[in-house]
Design a binder for this molecule. Structure first.
Ligand SMILES: [Cu+2]
Length: 327
């Protein structure tokens, strides 16, 4: 019934080649052979714990889940994201730890102990909110799920004594579903009266600089307000499986070299070619605004603006060839 839920168990290498999902184990984790060999990683432990910069994915000795983008797994390294029944208008969940008990101790990262990001499976409806932790380990927040659809909820956190994790789970809000086609790629967008221009293009497997420049009424905004310890926060979601990338800004407010706009730069690395939706949160006028962009990474980005980014077959690449793929 809910086919979207079955998309969550990607194997990264296969995703790059076929752009499509293999069979997955839904809530129990991936069952592909490649993934099975990875499970011993969780048992042998992580000697690299505390290496907060170790998210580049370049270390071949690391466990396989280290190679996966965030957000694809509902359970990883002993930690599991569990939605909890909540009153209407509220969203609640907990994280259980390796001992099966709800986790109650978290490290602060980007000013918060828990970042909850939600988006519909069609990449609409993005929200980034900060739930409150109850003493029993339940996180609660006014529901950010704005309307019917299949949503992906990402919990981005660091359990005290553990490594940073982003777990993801599908949540269905019943009602009449309105499909929203992904907007075509552009380099300029407007939100709440601000114009945001994107320069730079993400390249698979290596770091690219993405710069977002913010203006209002034709004037550069030079008094951005810090938000979560930065002048901007950028989340990228991959179309197709909603792989989650939290991109770190270059520089920080108060470091003596990072201006408060109009440009905010990020070092971004996307794992594969594909279509991504970027969500830039920035704060100005005591309000947080979110600018959204569709971007193409890799060979799909080579030709000038393609019409709908979702279906265009690329004749020189393997995908799109009739009869290619499944058996
Ligand atoms: Cu957050």
């Amino acid at each position: 019934m809910n086919t979207a839920t079955k998309l969550s168990g990607f194997t990264l290498g296969l995703a790059a080649v076929f752009g499509t999902a293999y069979g997955v184990g839904q809530l129990t984790g991936p069952v592909t052979p490649a993934a099975e060999t990875r499970h011993d990683n969780t048992e042998t432990g992580h000697t690299g714990g505390g290496n907060e910069a170790g998210h580049t994915g370049a270390d071949h000795t690391a466990g396989a889940t280290d190679h996966l983008p965030g957000g694809l797994l509902v359970s990883d390294r002993g930690y599991t994201l569990q939605p909890v029944t909540a009153p209407a208008g509220e969203f609640a969940f907990r994280i259980t730890g390796p001992d099966g008990q709800p986790v109650t101790r978290y490290d602060v990262a980007h000013d918060k102990r828990m970042h909850l990001i939600v988006a519909r499976r069609d990449l609409s409806g993005f929200r980034h909110v900060h739930p409150e932790l109850a003493t029993d380990g339940t996180w609660r927040v006014a529901s950010p799920l704005a309307g019917p659809g299949v949503w992906r909820a990402f919990a981005d956190f660091t359990p005290t004594g553990g490594e940073p994790l982003t777990l993801g789970v599908d949540v269905t809000v019943p009602g009449e579903l309105v499909e929203r086609p992904l907007p075509t790629p552009v380099t300029s967008t407007t939100v709440d009266g601000y114009t945001v221009i994107l320069s730079g293009a993400p390249q698979p497997g290596r770091t690219s600089q993405l710069t977002l420049t913010i203006s209002r009424d034709g004037k550069p905004v030079t008094d951005l307000q810090p938000y979560l310890g930065a002048y901007g926060h950028l989340v990228a979601l991959r179309q197709g499986d909603l792989a989650y990338l939290h991109v770190h800004p270059e520089g920080a407010p108060g470091d003596g070299r990072t201006p408060a706009g109009p440009a905010v730069s990020f070092a971004a690395e996307v794992p594969t070619a594909g279509t991504y939706r970027l969500f830039l949160d920035f704060r100005h006028g005591d309000a947080v605004h979110t600018a959204e962009f569709t971007v193409l990474a890799g060979d799909q980005a080579a030709p000038a603006p393609q019409a709908p980014a979702t279906t265009a077959p690329t004749p020189d690449a393997g995908h799109g060839v009739p009869g290619h793929g499944h058996n």
